[in-house]
Design a protein around this ligand. Structure first.
Ligand code: GDP
Ligand code: MG
Length: 239
């Protein structure tokens, strides 16, 4: 993949309100993009990471989903205002033996989605371990979302919405949401919100760079690439 460190064109203004965002979902094989970000989904086994990412990207749900071995890779394209954004989504498995493998992905991710299941208290308790792992290995500026999946299982609920909200506030995470891969509730919103926050980070970086004549030592947000528009869509396989 070629990256081009070109100067940004006329800087777009950072959106301040919901109405300032114009979102357009694009097909998976959309042939070009301006910005590309890596997202990682982490959390205990069976909380629904694979189902959630699949529902969000492909809009299908399978009751008997196969356990992920190592990790899987999906892409999701959308336009946020003037930029075509490609999200590269790494769906990891929660098994202990793969933890060292997962940690490689932490380093390159712009945003991590910590997933627990609302009917599984232990998976919520373990969020702390996942967060510690992430913080010790990811970039300082990694964005972090907390997601309580299986929101359709209201009758089996073991974690209240308030507990999720509180955890997000206490840990200064960027977003909390309950989702259901089964009904689709908020599944796609996780990706849309991710694209919006990363787009904003990108604009802020540009503003700083424009205003301050490239701050010495200031790095472009990790995982952000200003891509020379490729003629063809990138391959879906991981490298
Ligand atoms: N009811 C319900 N079941 C779900 C949901 N998401 C996943 N599941 C089920 O939970 C199990 C584990 O899902 P999976 O995506 O493989 O979990 P992962 O190990 O975190 O990737 C599967 O049997 C799914 O059908 C959901 O939102 N609601
Ligand atoms: Mg999985």
């Amino acid at each position: 993949m070629t990256t081009k460190e070109s100067k940004p064109e006329a800087a777009a203004e950072t959106p301040k309100k919901e109405e300032d965002y114009k979102i357009e979902l694009l097909p998976e094989d959309y042939p070009q993009y301006d910005l590309s970000f890596k997202l990682i989904f982490i959390g205990d086994s069976s909380v629904g990471k694979s189902c959630l990412t699949t529902k969000a990207v492909k809009n299908n749900f399978e009751e008997y989903y196969q356990a992920t071995v190592g990790f899987e890779f999906l892409t999701f394209n959308m336009k946020v205002n003037d930029k075509v954004i490609k999200l590269q989504i790494w769906d990891t498995c929660g098994q202990e033996i793969y933890k060292s493998l997962i940690s490689n992905f932490y380093r390159n991710s712009s945003l991590a989605v910590l997933v627990y299941a609302i009917d599984n208290k232990e998976s919520f308790t373990h969020v702390e371990n996942w967060l510690n792992d992430l913080k010790s290995q990811a970039n300082d500026d990694v964005r972090i979302f907390l997601v309580g999946n299986k929101a359709d299982l209201e009758e089996d609920r073991k974690v209240t919405k308030e507990e999720g909200e509180k955890y997000k506030l206490d840990q200064h995470l960027d977003l909390f949401m309950e989702t259901s891969a089964k009904t689709g509730q908020n599944a796609r919103n996780v990706l849309v919100e991710a694209a919006k926050i990363l787009y904003n980070d990108y604009l802020k970086f540009d503003e700083n760079a424009n205003n301050k004549n490239d701050i010495p030592g200031k790095q472009k947000p990790k995982g952000t690439e200003l891509i020379a528009k490729p003629k063809k869509a990138q391959g879906k396989k991981c490298c």
